[in-house]
Design a protein around this ligand. Structure first.
Ligand code: PLP
Length: 393
């Protein structure tokens, strides 16, 4: 699934987070400076949305993210603050935001913590998937039911759509993904990796780990080489000539995948193999952003490994796409879910000021339901606000 303004699935989340804060009087665009902690796309969304809503937008992101991200944020009028490290260095971003908070006019819109991010994906992404599944069934694809939803976590906003899908179909499977190079939930692992946007070395506050059925890990090199396969001439030729993929599909895939999108695709293949899914089982995943953000990463790949020729491209189809293995998989047993939940303690209680009572409350699905049910109240408040503006304005 892919169709987002500015080519990123994070723009809607950024809008929802800001809108909720404004409706509840926590942000006044005429007074406050907005800080968007990000590894890129939420910051791009924040700069785009925030600047259009008349706010100063400051994006805090690691210095080693792709060059295209910085350029895009600045082109929308956002101010960039670089922190040390790469994708998994989110602690450094948090430290910077605590420093910025000392200014009383700063409001930090922390995607890893705010339930507006959860709510956007629970409601908008979740219901969109349900509608799309029905449309696909009309075209003879699947039965209208989504068997599994596969999503790699950054803030763990996107994976919240799975909570909506599980309400629709009780036996629906939610599969989360991490990089092999930074397997935090998988085995408390750590490390640098290059699947930009995911794998941020902590369990985020807004992640409903009690609803996740499995965690699977994907190789960052396979994700990057897979993206090169989908976006360069030699890859297109191999898929069309050697594997019979229709040209129109090849052309479309070249436009809609970024690195974490390929990671999601590989996770969906792994999910199908692991659970033994068949033709009627619809597996949904998200094309999170696109190649326009990764040309520099692809150029580095070519400089390191050499150009991808026809033979290498065909080998990549067999090894990366067809050859996904059933390693690096942990199911969501009670013991594993407890361990995923307990990981939150170190970031959220020890570092970021949450109480143990708040953390414990997340063990009950009632806590998550209360946050889901706020959608209708927020909608009503928004309509009231717009009506009042129309009268005054
Ligand atoms: C490219 C990309 N992929 C995946 C994600 C993960 O999405 P989420 O933060 O909703 O978990 C992000 C988040 O910023 C991203 O930028």
């Amino acid at each position: 699934m892919s169709a987002s303004p500015r080519g990123s699935h994070k723009v809607g989340a950024a809008y929802s987070v800001l809108l909720e804060k404004e409706l509840y009087g926590e942000v006044d665009p005429t007074v406050h400076k907005l800080v968007w902690p990000s590894t890129g796309n939420y910051g791009i969304g924040g700069a785009w949305v925030g600047c259009r809503m008349g706010c100063t937008s400051i994006v805090v992101l690691p210095e080693l993210m792709s060059r295209e991200r910085f350029e895009q944020i600045e082109s929308y009028g956002g101010i960039v603050i670089k922190t040390p490290g790469s994708e998994s260095n989110v602690k450094e971003i948090y430290d910077k935001t605590w420093e910025l908070r000392k200014d009383p006019d700063v409001r930090v819109l922390n995607q890893f913590e705010v339930m507006g991010n959860y709510r956007f994906h629970y409601y908008v992404t979740g219901n969109t998937i349900i509608e799309l599944a029905a449309q696909l069934a009309e075209q003879g694809i699947g039965t209208g039911k989504v068997t599994a939803y596969v999503s790699a976590m950054g803030s763990a906003g996107t994976i919240a759509a799975g909570d909506r899908l599980k309400q629709q179909w009780a036996d629906h499977l939610i599969v989360g993904l991490e990089p092999i190079q930074c397997p935090t939930l998988f085995n408390n692992g750590y490390g640098a990796h290059d699947i930009q946007g995911i794998g941020d070395k902590h369990a985020t506050w807004i992640h409903n780990v009690w609803n996740m059925d499995a965690i699977m890990c994907i190789d960052d090199i396979e994700s990057k080489k897979g993206l090169q396969l989908l976006t360069e001439e030699a890859g297109w030729r191999a898929m069309i000539d050697d594997f019979g993929v229709p040209e129109a599909d090849v052309q479309q895939m070249a436009r809609i995948f970024g690195i974490s999108g390929v990671c999601n695709l590989l996770g969906a293949i792994k999910t199908a193999k692991y659970y033994g899914l068949g033709r009627d089982d619809l597996i949904v995943t998200i094309c999170t952003d696109a190649i326009d953000r990764y040309r520099s990463v692809m150029a580095d790949l070519t400089a390191t490994y050499g150009a991808m020729d026809a033979r290498e491209a065909a080998a990549r189809v067999e090894w990366i796409i067809q050859g996904q293995k059933l390693d690096w998989i942990n199911e969501g047993t009670r013991a594993n879910r407890t361990q995923w939940h307990n990981l939150k303690y170190y970031t959220w209680v020890e570092q970021q000021g949450k109480s143990i009572e708040e953390l414990d409350a997340q063990k009950s699905q009632d806590w998550w339901r209360q946050h889901q049910e706020m959608v209708s109240k927020i909608d009503a408040k928004l309509l009231e606000y717009r009506a009042a503006q129309a009268v005054s304005g």
